[in-house]
Ligand binder design. Structure first.
Ligand code: CS2
Ligand code: MG
Length: 397
């Protein structure tokens, strides 16, 4: 069996997605997500210029060898662009192998370790009242876990809080928009949000919160302590994660669990001083590398909590579910729904029921790209916003 073609497809059904489709001489095809929010064309060029030419003629069954070839052979290792490109190839090859074997990919990964994949959704609102209405909506859909974000009194906008509900896209303009941030206002507001959520919804719902890397370690320690009475399942990205020592300080002060890693791209970024690791298929080298990260995490009692915002396409979500259902140390999966246009471009077989997602039972990943539909949505430049403090200082992030 040989790879005869590999197409890089860029489409924007509401937001930009980059997808790799690998074609073999047997007619079997596989798909992989290569989307890197705000930097989509860098990955598309990496694939087109440097990866596709070396794939043609290779045996698609040699997933591990091709992964090592792309990682070690390039000399320049790691980084989000490289690792997203490698991820797309790896994911497409697992899809092909599943189709050849006649099995859903999770069967090739050892089979089910659980019945369904517990997911969390995003409740967001400008006011605490609005956010509580959104929490109720998720609970009525059967969700067992909800992330809660609200506007901060005195700040005009807050990242992660949008007018759109169930799904939204933070990359909103070709040139990044700028927002004003105040740590003081934020820290004095957030505990009241979770006091209210516990009062209204009781002790059993899992509640989560994302800080989007905006605090220093000592500020994060203070927030973690203040949130302890509300028993969060996790506090996400409290600080920028480059300085791992910061997490030691936070943990010395609080028992609020920490979830980190949506911007990590290799096992060398992974660390022991957290509770949930948020790496996912597309940004961390595909199924092959993600499984290695999760195996390392298991040694340190760290569970998976993969990123699953709208910029991770249904191709990534399909692949993530095959990993989630099979690994021993699964924790939670983020699930932000996609627009109807995105679902049309990426027909997929995973399904949501009563708070759980279930991977497709079709051979392979159970997802494809409709290239005719994709062609109707041309690329539109879009960047993530930037934060400044009230005095104009460019903030952490
Ligand atoms: C967020 C995302 O889902 C999350 O936890 O942090 O909104 C993230 O900022 C975007 O996916 C960035 O691409
Ligand atoms: Mg996040």
């Amino acid at each position: 069996m040989k790879i005869t073609d590999a197409r890089v497809i860029v489409t924007c059904p509401g937001r930009n997605f980059v997808t790799l489709k690998i074609v073999t001489d047997d007619g079997v095809t596989g798909v992989g997500d290569a989307t890197l929010n705000g930097r989509e064309l860098a990955v598309a060029a990496y694939l087109t210029e440097h990866v596709v030419p070396v794939l043609i003629g290779r045996d698609p069954m040699r997933i591990e060898d091709i992964w090592q070839y792309l990682y070690r052979g390039a000399y320049w290792r790691r980084g989000p662009v490289t690792m997203s490109a490698i991820a797309a190839v790896d994911t497409a090859l697992w899809d092909i192998k599943g189709k050849v074997a006649g099995l859903p990919v999770y069967q090739l990964l050892g089979g089910r370790s659980r019945e369904g994949v517990t997911v969390y959704g995003h409740a967001n609102g400008d006011t605490v009242d609005d956010a509580m209405t959104e929490v109720s909506r998720y609970l009525s859909l059967g969700y067992k876990a909800v992330r809660v974000q609200t506007g901060v009194p005195g700040l005009a906008t807050t990242y992660g809080v949008s007018k759109d509900k169930l799904f939204y896209e933070p990359a909103d303009a070709a040139i990044p928009t700028e927002a004003v941030w105040s740590t003081q206002r934020y820290l004095s507001h957030v505990p009241s949000v979770f006091a209210r959520a516990r009062e209204e919804f009781g002790p059993s719902v899992k509640l989560l919160h994302d800080v989007h890397h905006r605090l220093t370690p000592i500020e994060a320690a203070r927030l973690g302590k203040a949130l302890e009475p509300y028993e969060l399942t996790w506090l996400e990205d409290p600080v920028p994660a480059e300085l791992q020592e910061g997490f030691r300080l936070i943990r010395q002060h609080t028992t609020t669990p920490l979830a980190v890693g949506e911007v990590f791209n290799t096992i060398y970024d992974a660390q022991q001083l957290i509770d949930y690791i948020r790496t996912t298929v597309v940004h961390a080298g595909g199924i092959t590398h993600l499984r290695r990260i999760f195996d390392l995490a298991a040694l340190y009692h760290v569970r998976s909590g993969s990123h699953g915002a709208t910029d991770l396409s249904p191709v990534c979500m399909s692949a993530a579910l095959h990993v989630d259902i099979s690994i021993p140390n699964f924790g939670l999966q983020e699930y932000m729904r996609h627009t109807a246009e995105t679902d049309e471009v990426f027909p997929h077989g995973y399904r949501f029921d009563d708070g759980y997602l279930y991977p497709s039972e079709e051979p392979g990943l159970g997802v494809d790209i409709d290239e005719t539909a994709a062609a109707r949505y041309p690329y539109r430049p879009a960047s993530l916003p930037v934060n400044r403090l009230e005095d104009g200082t460019l903030h952490n992030w």
